[in-house]
Design a protein around this ligand. Structure first.
Ligand code: 5GP
Length: 187
């Protein structure tokens, strides 16, 4: 049980910092790593697949899982629920995998409380201007949501020093390799 934390990598970073692309690159290049697929109540984006990118749930379904203690952690982010299912971690670690959790700062803090050995990494954007440019370019949220996410990004950047490591995402491949190197250096 106590070794579970050593097989957990928690990655946070503001919306639009490119963390999903970086994580996809890690998963593609290093078979030791698998993703913890989170549950969420937010609407599915056109390019997302249910069960692969997220487990998409209704609010009622999500609340039912909370009441059954199925989540290791969960939170409300920009008016939607997000949570890490215990089963995702336990089953994947039991298979000998290192599980990557891509979650926001409150979730990261809660995972670290339960698993102090978990490695926590904050992916920082080169600048807030670049973050806004990437968010607008992605074109998946309307202006109100983008403003809300930028406000949240500013708030999240304030927590970066509480992570074990901070990695700037200038180039996806480089950022992904830095994370793998940090993980290997820690072993
Ligand atoms: P998005 O809607 O852009 O996919 O995710 C919004 C935020 O929720 C991101 O910061 C993402 O990392 C975070 N998030 C995704 N899944 C979880 C989760 O299971 N728990 C927590 N605490 N945050 C999550």
């Amino acid at each position: 049980m106590s070794d579970i934390g050593k097989n957990i990598v928690v990655i946070s970073g503001p919306s639009g910092c490119g963390k999903d692309t970086v994580v996809k690159h890690i998963l593609k290049t290093d078979p030791r790593f698998v993703l913890s697929v989170s549950a969420t109540t937010r609407a599915k984006r056109p390019y997302e697949t249910d069960g692969v990118d997220y487990i998409f749930l209704t609010t009622q379904e999500f609340i039912s899982k909370i009441s059954k203690s199925e989540f290791l952690e969960h939170t409300m982010y920009c008016n939607n629920y997000y949570g890490t299912l215990r089963s995702q971690i336990e089953q994947k670690v039991a298979r000998g995998k290192v599980v990557i959790l891509v979650i926001e700062v409150e979730g990261a803090r809660n995972v670290k409380k339960v698993y102090p050995d978990a490695l926590t990494i904050f992916i920082a954007p080169p600048s807030l201007e670049e973050l806004e440019r990437r968010l607008r370019e992605r074109n998946t949220e309307d202006d109100g949501v983008i403003k809300q996410r930028l406000y949240k990004a500013n708030e999240e950047l304030g927590f970066k020093s509480s992570y074990d490591y901070i990695v700037e995402n200038n180039y996806v491949e480089q950022c992904a390799q830095s994370i793998i190197d940090i993980f290997d250096g820690k072993q």
